[in-house]
Design a protein around this ligand. Structure first.
Ligand code: AMP
Length: 434
């Protein structure tokens, strides 16, 4: 609907001024910080502001993202991001969130949920008010950075200031960024509380809060921190919650902190990403490393694999074993420094690294494009974990394969998975046993 009709938006004066969203890269403090963790500290967009693209208004004079009316600034940003149509979760969330209604959305990473809350949040910020108006809570520093970057892109032409506050980065850098004024803050609960107690952040004017990956935040034990943060925000605010699963604690937080929310669910209660091919390999525990190694060497075919392990030490050991087999592989887990993690993520994202071994916690919320294989090297502990992990492949309509290694100790969990996903899970044979 609403076919655009010939209004061009390109004028010399429309070239956006440099948006300092995120942590500004121009002060001495930041230069130091950049050295510590390069990929996380850089401003989220190019130093040179992007020119406004040409967007056309529809016959009614409005700008549209699919069937959703958006501002001219937003239409330009979406065009630059090459988002042509809203994903299902965006289609459902954006109009509701624009009205200020609380929303509970059950949606996995990879469905476009960041823009589902990012677009209405950016649209609703009053850029003339130099106050924090939007707050996003995220479970990990990686997700916080990712959300900050996406919101910065969405606000490219509205010129909002978006600041990320997360542990692992010198707090003074964030204080400087906050002092320069922020319209939207994205942060992990612990670091946000730190800023609140130092009074370097005030939430007295926040009117939009998003709890992103709420189930993960609660699993990590952030409930008390989240509640302490919410208490420092005005009662008359919009609170939205995004979660891949809706377990009891998530529902409790909805009940306690949201007001008459609209429930939005994309797909079924236990949803698997539609195009994921799910395969399991039975393997003797003693053969696991060899089985994996031969699989990666023969079956990856230039693809990218994300492997899951239960523990940090398990990640390190597996990486060492695979490296002995000359496989280019790195690990990522919470025991590594921020700059190590950033470096690994960068080479994986850029495709120089093809195999990444991660713990659950480290992998949460990471937006890793083009992962062709997710491999549950260690069996997930429960169904939610299984769904969450395999949601890392086949994102936004791409094809992907989710592989689960099943040893003699994992039969019970295998039965549970088969119970839930049924025929979607096929049995395969490892090259080692062929
Ligand atoms: P998310 O679920 O927010 O992590 O998004 C997953 C991926 O989909 C990211 O790489 C986004 O940039 C991309 N994405 C989100 N919304 C759209 C859209 N409407 N069109 C195309 N790509 C999108």
């Amino acid at each position: 609907m609403n076919q655009p009709s010939g209004v061009s938006g390109t004028k010399a004066g429309d070239v956006a001024a440099s948006n300092t969203a995120g942590v500004s890269g121009t002060k001495p403090n930041d230069i130091q910080e950049t050295k510590a963790a390069p990929s996380q500290q850089r401003p989220p967009r190019q130093q040179t502001p992007q020119a406004r693209p040409e967007v056309e208004a529809a016959a009614d004079g409005a700008y549209y993202f699919g069937s959703l009316a958006v501002s001219y600034d937003m239409a330009c940003a979406l065009k630059n991001m090459a988002y042509e149509n809203p994903s299902p979760v965006q289609e459902q969330c954006i109009p509701t969130m624009l009205t200020g209604t609380d929303v509970v959305a059950q949606a996995m990473t990879g469905t476009g949920k960041t823009a589902a809350f990012g677009i209405p949040m950016v649209e609703r910020v009053d850029v003339n008010k130099q106050r924090v108006q939007g707050l996003v809570l995220a479970p990990t520093r990686e997700l916080a950075v990712q959300v900050r970057d996406e919101i910065a892109k969405l606000s490219e032409f509205k010129k909002l200031r978006v600041v990320a506050c997360y542990g692992g980065q010198t707090i003074t850098t964030q204080i400087t960024a906050l002092e320069h004024g922020a319209h939207i803050v994205v942060g992990t609960p612990g670091r946000l509380l730190d800023h609140l107690s130092r009074r370097t952040l005030s939430l007295g004017n926040v009117n939009m809060i998003v709890l992103d990956e709420a189930d993960e935040m609660l699993d990590i034990g952030f409930l008390p921190d989240i509640e302490r943060i919410l208490r420092q925000t005005p009662k008359a605010r919009q609170t939205s919650l995004f979660s891949a699963t809706m377990h009891a604690t998530v529902r409790r937080i909805v009940h306690r902190h949201l007001q008459s929310p609209e429930w939005i669910q994309v797909g079924g209660e236990v949803e698997t990403a539609p195009k994921v091919k799910q395969v399991y390999f039975e393997v003797w525990d003693k053969d696991k490393v060899r089985g994996l190694s031969s699989f990666l060497q023969t079956q990856l075919n230039g693809g990218k694999a994300l492997l899951f392990r239960k523990t940090q030490i398990g990640v390190d050991r597996l990486v060492q074993s695979l490296q002995r087999d000359r496989i280019s592989v790195e690990g990522i887990h919470g025991g590594m420094t921020q700059s190590q993690r950033s470096g690994v993520m960068k080479s994986f994202k850029e495709g120089r690294l093809k195999v990444l071994v991660a713990t659950n916690v480290a992998a949460r919320g990471l937006d890793i494009p083009e992962v062709s294989h997710v491999i549950n090297y260690d069996m997930p502990q429960n169904m939610e974990e299984y769904i969450h992990r395999i949601g890392r492949t086949a994102r936004m309509e791409a094809d992907g394969t989710a592989i689960t290694f099943v040893t003699e100790w994992d039969m019970e969990m295998l039965d549970m998975i088969i119970d839930k996903v049924g025929d979607d899970l096929e049995r395969g044979t490892l090259p080692l046993y062929e």
